[in-house]
Structures are given as structure tokens and as C-alpha cells.
Design a protein around this ligand. Sequence first.
Ligand code: 4AZ
Length: 346
Amino acid sequence: MNMRALLLFLAIFGKHTMTQSIDRIKEQRFEGDSCSLKSGGTGICRKASQCRESIRANELHCEFAGNEPVICCSLAPNATFDSSARIVENACSTVRKVEIKIKIADHAVGVVEEALVGEFPFMGLIHYDDNLTRCGAALISDRFLLTAAHCFKNSKPTTVSLGTNQADDPMADNFPIAKIHRHLGYNRTTKQNDIALVELRSSVTMNSQIQAICLHTSSIDLLESVNLTLMGWGRNNTDKLPNSLLKGAVNPVLRSSCQARFTTGGHSIKLTEKQLCALGEKNEEGIATDACEGDSGGPLVLRQNNKYYLVGVVSTGSGCGDENYAGVYTRVASYLDWIIARAWKN
Ligand code: 4AZ
């Protein structure tokens, strides 16, 4: 209830109701407010991502901050901030907001649309020496992009283009690659740890078309109602590789139901908490919005207050756009320490 509506309410319902309403408001706790811990002690309301110990203790909720719950967090020094989340959130504070106007429900395969110029300034396309392989990547600092480990098999990656929506843009800024940091735990059979960093030879100058993305830090599952966006130059509904960057709207799918569908369908994939599933609406032909071949390594993002947060990296699945099988993504928040040790080392 906003303040004006509240005042109106009070004016109409008089004094007795007024004290009751104010008491109720007093009970609402926001980020930074003190709160009572289940143990009886005093804590402070913090975002769940900054309060690992209290999540385990299943502490009481304060209010919601966007899509992330705020919980009553213990003040004990060893139980408060998670240092990797803090490093990542500090880096995010320097990321410029994307002020471009988009439709609310911006709806790879399925219900897709062309991305607008400058809409996803963190989006990169990895180019290879065979001119055939395609993978997306997201710029996370002035020198590093996050992508999938399975993007590096036989063909040699050469450059990353940034600041363009066209795959074959002759005017694009192409940045030579210095090194690929593939996760040493990547397993091509189980698809675990499908994550890699692309280190550029020189640093990128940010502008309105080229900007880093924030990393999502929350270790708890996103609600199925949260709207996420996925984008890439991967195979589209007509099975072709598009020249324009496409975007689609998807929602998280619970890991248990995602796993159950794969198992029932006879797929050997075993999902872990370091992965997440997402899928979107079906188009008229019954194809669900999903990532497909060529979208790999690309970002699955959450938009909050005009900033984008990298939630997932396109990894695997079973075919594309099948309503039974959600797309599988590497969960970025599970790899913050691994990313920081490489991309934010001093
Ligand atoms: C692939 O081949 C691939 N539908 C990526 C994502 C999905 C399927 C395949 C998810 O890189």
C-alpha cells in the first residue's frame, strides 16, 4: 500500500483502525531493519544471498526485495556476508543501467523476437576458425566473458564480437582471445561444470553498446513465476542459424519436475543443484521457447531495476522447444568463487 492510499484509508476508517494499521506496518521489516531470530536473539534483515547461515537455519522472512527474499540474518561475524557475493555485488555497482525501453513481456526457438540495438550490451559472440561453430558469451568485466565449457571442442576460438546484434557485422568490434579457462571439472558425459571464461587479449572500453553484466548471487531457487530472458544466435524455428540476435522469455522450472521429465523420457541426465532448468511459452506450432544449438554459452538473465543479472549459462537439454524437456543451464551463483579467482584476481 502506498502512503497516499494509506492516508486515505486512515481518514475514512478513524482512530481505532488507525492504530491497528500502524501496528501492522510496524511488523513489516525491510532490509537493514533489526529482527528477531528464531533462537531469540536479535538479527538484521538481509538479502538471502548475503546470509548463507541463516538460510540453513530457515530464519523468518522480512520483506521481498525484487525477486530475492530478505531474511532475518544473524549478526555473528562468521555468519553474515558471503565474501564472494560481496565482491560480485561491488563489481555490479559500477555497471551502468540499460535505459532502453522494452516491452514488458519480451517474448532461440518458440516465441522469439529480434533483440533491439543496445538491449543486451553484455552479449558476445565467439568466432571460430571453422566459421561454423557458434557460441554466445556474456561480458562480466572489461577482460572476461562467461560461457560454456562445451563451446571448446575441436575448432579453435579466435575472437569475440561485442556491441552488435548481427552475427556477420563487418563493422563489429572483434576482440582477440588470449586464453580460455575451461572448468577442470567439466565432464562431457554428465555435463557437470559446463562453464568457462574467455580472457581477452586487451581490455574492452565500455560504451552504450558494450557493458558488463552483473552476476546473480542468490543460492536459493528462483520462483517459477520469475521472468527470465534468454538470447542467442542459435538455431531458430526454421532450423537455420539467424544473423540477428534473437531473444525469448522463459521461466524457471523446478529441478525435481525437470529431472522427472528427463528420467521418464529415458534420458540419463542427472541434474545437480549447480544447474537450473527453464522453458517458455509455446508458439502456434507448439514449440516452446527454449535455447538451441548455437545458443550454448549464452546468457540466461534476470532484469531488475534496469540492470541485468546473469543467472545461467546455456548448457544442454534434449532437443529444442519440446514442452516436456526444459533447457538446462549452468547455475552462475554456484561458481562465484571459481569466477572471482580468475576474473577478479589482482
Ligand atoms: C546444444 O546443442 C543445446 N534446448 C543447447 C541447449 C539445448 C539443447 C541443445 C536446450 O548446444
